[in-house]
Each structure stands twice: as structure tokens, then as C-alpha cells.
Design a protein around this ligand. Structure first.
Ligand code: NAD
Length: 327
């Protein structure tokens, strides 16, 4: 990490899974760090409260509890401006629920992103802006690996649409206002504090409690799982990267795993068999994700290092030592 000791940083969504890890990593190294998060109820806000419990007593940390769509809260945040670095992670993040509630997804992920960008242009126009995008932008691409230069005209969920649109807003802000920005396309992130709606977390909890797990489809869907510390390293390398303009990077673990292999890996880490119930494949679920990470390797000097079995073991240790004690 480059020297950030004079830098002011804003992290939206800093109480969530990825955001709280990012705050862990940045807080000891920056002058001031502000989090904007509305503790939304997509999953239990108490989990987010625990995520930030170590941050609250740090002198250089401030929390604004509020919605990125509201100018009232944005003004409370930008009172701390100018910011040097803004990492925008706040979003409605689930793929399947976006099919049930597309309007709300577009409202938070698109309107909220635009409101934030308008305030950045007004109060912190020289900031570096990092936007959390997603592998969901690729839809059901038939390519063997997904590259940043691929067409992303065929998303299959409103969530995917919202992330493509967020990238376009970053591009437009650069073209019209010279906002220096980077979109990072995260590929299925897992690890301690993983959102409870995501499969690895849900499955591990159910296996430990001898409850069945639902396997959607025939188990052949593939995900390029990426361990949380590798994602945080990718965000920090993007902060350090001296770009001038708008860039997109894939951040993927580079070892795609199918659903059956994923379940087997969990069983062996937990030393327990899963009770698997097969269910129809869900609308909006991609068949396959696999990241071409050549660009991130070359320009960011980023390389994921945590293998899937090692990452699952680390997650299991966290789950048993922390979370399961509280439920
Ligand atoms: P998360 O739900 O744990 O974190 C998102 C945070 O945003 C939450 O704390 C939530 O309270 C906050 N938030 C939601 N709506 C808000 C609003 N209107 N105003 C203010 N705050 C709001 O999710 P995560 O998994 O940590 O994801 C972080 C980012 O990374 C998201 O933008 C997500 O789309 C993206 N992403 C995540 C993954 C993944 O596998 N976890 C993959 C690709 C992209």
C-alpha cells in the first residue's frame, strides 16, 4: 500500500461484507475515513453492526447512517470533504431478489450512484472514484473467460443492468467532468462476514445444523470464487494505481468451480455430509463465470493468492468461532 497517511477516504456501504473488510485494511493508514451506510434490511442489520464494532472507537472513523439517494445524508458526508479517495460499495447486492424488485434495485444502484457522483463532482472533483461492479454484467456470455473488452449488452438480471449502468455513469462523469474512476468487476466474493444470502455461507450453516441445502439446477453451474482478502488487495492496488481516466478491471479468483465441486469442498472442510435437495435452476442465475484477469495482473500487479479449498477452510473457521455462537 502506498502512503495514505494524509488521505481522506469515503467508503459507501462500509458496514457490509466487503466494505467492513476494506475499512479494517484502510483505517490504520489514512487521515480520516467516513462510512455512509443505511444498514438496509436486505439482511439482518445487526450483522452489519457487528462488522463495524471494531471501527466505532477509532478516532479517524466517522459513520453517517443514511441512504446514498438522499441529499440530506450526502450533505452530512460531504461536510467532511474534500475526499481524496471514494470507494462506492453501497448497493442492493443480491442477484435473484433483483428480479422480484427491479425498481428498488435500479433506484439504489443507479439513482444512488448518480447522486453520489454529482456530490463528488461538486465537493471532491479531484477524488479518485472506485465503483464496485460485478461479473453479473457479462450475463450468459458463451465465452470461455470474460474479458473487460467483451460486449456487455446482454445482462440477465436487473442487478446486472444496474451494474452496467453504474459503469456507464462513471464513464460519463469522466468524459464530462474529468472524474478519475475505476470500475472493479468482482467475481463471487466469499470469506469471513460473507453475506448470509450467499450460497457458501447458507450451505455451511445448514450442513453444520444438519439441515438440507437447496441445489438449484443439476450442479453444473460454475462460479469463479474470489476470497475476500484478494478482493481487498485488488481494491488497494486500484487506489495505488496511477490511472487518469476511466478503467475497468475484472477481479476474479481464477479457479472456476462448479456447484457440485463447491458442495464437496464444503463437506470436506466441515468433515460432514450435506443433505442435498435438488431444485429448479433459478431465473437470473448465470450458467458460468470465469474472469480473464490479465489486465489486473499487468496494470495493477494484482494476483489472487487464496485457493478455493484454503478459502473455504478459513471461512469455516470464522463461522464456527464467531457467527455460529451468536445464532
Ligand atoms: P453488502 O450487502 O454486505 O454491503 C452493501 C452495503 O450497502 C450494506 O451494508 C448496505 O446496508 C449498504 N446499502 C444498501 N443500500 C444502501 C443505500 N441506499 N444507502 C446506503 N447504504 C446502502 O454487500 P457486499 O457483498 O459487501 O457487496 C458490496 C458491493 O460489491 C456491492 O456494490 C455489490 O454489488 C458488489 N459486489 C459484491 C459481490 C459479492 O460476491 N459479494 C460480487 C460482485 C459485486
Amino acid at each position: 500500500m502506498k502512503n495514505l497517511k494524509n488521505k481522506n477516504v469515503l467508503v459507501t456501504g462500509g458496514a457490509g461484507f466487503i466494505g467492513s473488510h476494506l475499512v479494517d485494511a484502510l483505517l490504520p493508514h489514512v487521515a480520516k475515513l467516513v462510512v455512509l451506510d443505511n444498514f438496509d434490511i436486505y439482511y439482518d442489520p445487526q450483522i452489519k453492526q457487528e462488522n463495524i464494532s471494531q471501527h466505532l472507537n477509532q478516532e479517524n472513523y466517522s459513520l453517517v447512517r443514511g441512504d446514498i439517494r438522499s441529499n440530506e445524508y450526502l450533505e452530512a458526508v460531504f461536510r467532511h470533504s474534500p475526499f481524496d479517495i471514494i470507494i462506492h460499495l453501497a448497493a442492493l447486492a443480491g442477484v435473484r431478489p433483483s428480479l422480484k424488485n427491479p425498481t428498488e434495485y435500479l433506484s439504489v444502484n443507479v439513482l444512488g450512484t448518480q447522486r453520489l457522483i454529482e456530490n463528488i463532482i461538486k465537493y471532491s472533483p479531484k477524488a479518485k472514484f472506485i465503483f464496485a461492479s460485478s461479473s453479473s454484467v457479462y450475463g450468459n456470455s458463451t465465452k470461455a473467460v470474460f474479458s473487460e473488452t467483451d460486449n456487455v449488452n446482454s445482462p440477465i438480471s436487473p442487478y446486472g443492468v444496474s451494474k452496467i449502468t453504474g459503469e456507464l455513469l462513471c464513464h460519463t462523469a469522466y468524459k464530462n467532468h474529468n472524474l478519475n474512476s475505476i470500475a472493479l468487476r468482482f467475481f463471487t466474493v466469499y470469506g469471513p462476514r460473507q453475506r448470509p444470502d450467499l450460497a457458501i455461507n447458507k450451505f455451511c450453516q445448514n450442513i453444520l445444523k444438519n439441515q438440507p441445502i437447496l441445489m438449484y439446477g443439476d450442479g453444473s453451474t460454475v462460479r469463479d470464487y474470489t476470497y475476500i482478502s484478494d478482493i481487498i488487495d485488488g481494491i488497494i492496488k486500484s487506489i495505488d494505481y496511477a490511472n487518469n481516466g476511466f478503467e475497468i478491471f475484472n477481479l476474479g479468483g481464477g479457479q472456476p468451480v462448479n456447484l457440485r465441486q463447491m458442495i464437496t469442498t464444503l463437506e470436506s472442510a466441515l468433515d460432514k455430509s450435506a443433505i442435498v435437495i435438488k431444485y429448479d435452476k433459478q431465473v437470473g442465475d448465470m450458467d458460468f463465470t470465469s474472469a480473464d484477469i490479465t489486465k489486473a495482473k499487468q496494470l495493477l500487479k494484482w494476483q489472487p493468492v487464496v485457493t478455493f479449498p484454503d478459502g473455504v477452510t478459513k471461512f469455516k473457521d470464522w463461522l464456527i468461532n464467531n457467527y455460529l455462537k451468536t445464532v
